[in-house]
Ligand binder design. Structure first.
Ligand SMILES: [Zn+2]
Ligand SMILES: [Zn+2]
Length: 295
């Protein structure tokens, strides 16, 4: 037998072990990743019928029909990913980290909600929270929200998967969780030579009368007409709190995020909440200088 993936919590360990089984449909041998757990079984984190500790690796019999590819452990939590892109959780439900609103400790759960009909390709587990990356490049997250580690703009716990909208249309390559933090690695978009000679949006050639301007959110060059607006929180801006020039498509995108976070703040009933308009046309700005147009 071959161990293909392993993960440790503070007091328990989970391994995916490749075993050979007979395919019932095609009657041929195929390898299959089975889940083995051992260590402290408190809160059902080992996925067995009881919560007793196991001194040797023990197969999780309830999930014997699944083929697992990845596993990740939290404090009192085990998260496993099957080859069908389905996420299973077991362990403590105190902060909603099982991803199922009705889940109780000591049960094996299939995470559904917003992940229904999605194919998950990466999982990562913090001490009490879980992040997953889908085949569409979206990051969903749930569990303990303290210190805003879920990236959802507040500190509330979530008991089912929530899309991290602040990542927007970034190309997320992979995700990772620390005990109380979440990290994602995003790919930078390439800029081709053609982009340098013409506006990335309207394709008009740059020249003496049509100057180049970088979008401070996505990077490529645009003409003035296609990048006439400014927004806060632009990804490449040196100061994210300041208004920076962005292309029209990034402006609309950042505007939606601002509206979304304002809505969340309103829902949290912040006292004397004021709707702040964070973006306006460049022409309204008196402080614009030519030097800041090039990144
Ligand atoms: Zn243009
Ligand atoms: Zn842009």
């Amino acid at each position: 037998m071959k161990v293909v993936s392993v993960s440790c919590g503070p007091w328990h360990t989970v391994a995916i072990v490749e075993t050979s089984t007979i395919d019932r449909k095609y009657h041929n041998a195929k390898s299959c990743g089975k889940l083995f757990t051992w260590g402290d079984g408190d809160k059902g984190r080992l996925g067995h019928v009881d919560s007793k500790r196991k001194l040797v690796p023990t197969c999780v019999s309830e999930l014997i029909d699944q083929d697992f590819v990845k596993v990740s452990c939290g404090w009192t939590l085990t998260v496993a990913l099957s080859n069908r892109g389905t996420v299973y959780t077991m362990g403590s439900s105190i902060h909603g980290q099982l991803g199922c609103p009705r889940a109780k400790d000591k049960s094996i759960n299939t995470v559904l909600g917003n992940l229904t009909r999605q194919f998950v390709k990466e999982i990562a587990c913090g001490s009490h929270h879980v992040a997953v990356l889908t085949s569409f490049g979206n990051v969903y997250i749930w569990g303990k929200g303290a210190n805003r580690l879920l990236g959802l703009g507040d500190v509330r716990d979530r008991n089912s998967p929530v899309l991290v909208e602040s990542l927007g249309d970034r190309l997320v390559k992979t995700i990772a969780c620390g005990l109380s933090l979440t990290a994602v690695i995003c790919l930078h978009k390439d800029i081709s030579l053609t982009d340098q000679n013409a506006c990335s949006s309207c394709k008009s050639a740059f020249g003496f009368t049509r100057k180049k301007h970088n979008c401070y959110n996505c990077g490529p060059l645009f003409c003035n007409a296609c990048s006439s607006k400014k927004a806060v929180n632009a990804f490449l801006a040196p100061n994210k709190g300041k208004l920076s020039r962005v292309c029209d498509s990034c402006f609309n995108h950042l505007w939606r995020i601002t509206e979304f976070s304002n809505k969340v703040k309103m829902e949290n009933r912040t006292p004397r909440m004021q709707l702040v308009t964070n973006a306006r046309r460049v022409s309204d700005e008196r402080t614009e200088t030519e030097s800041e147009d090039q990144i």
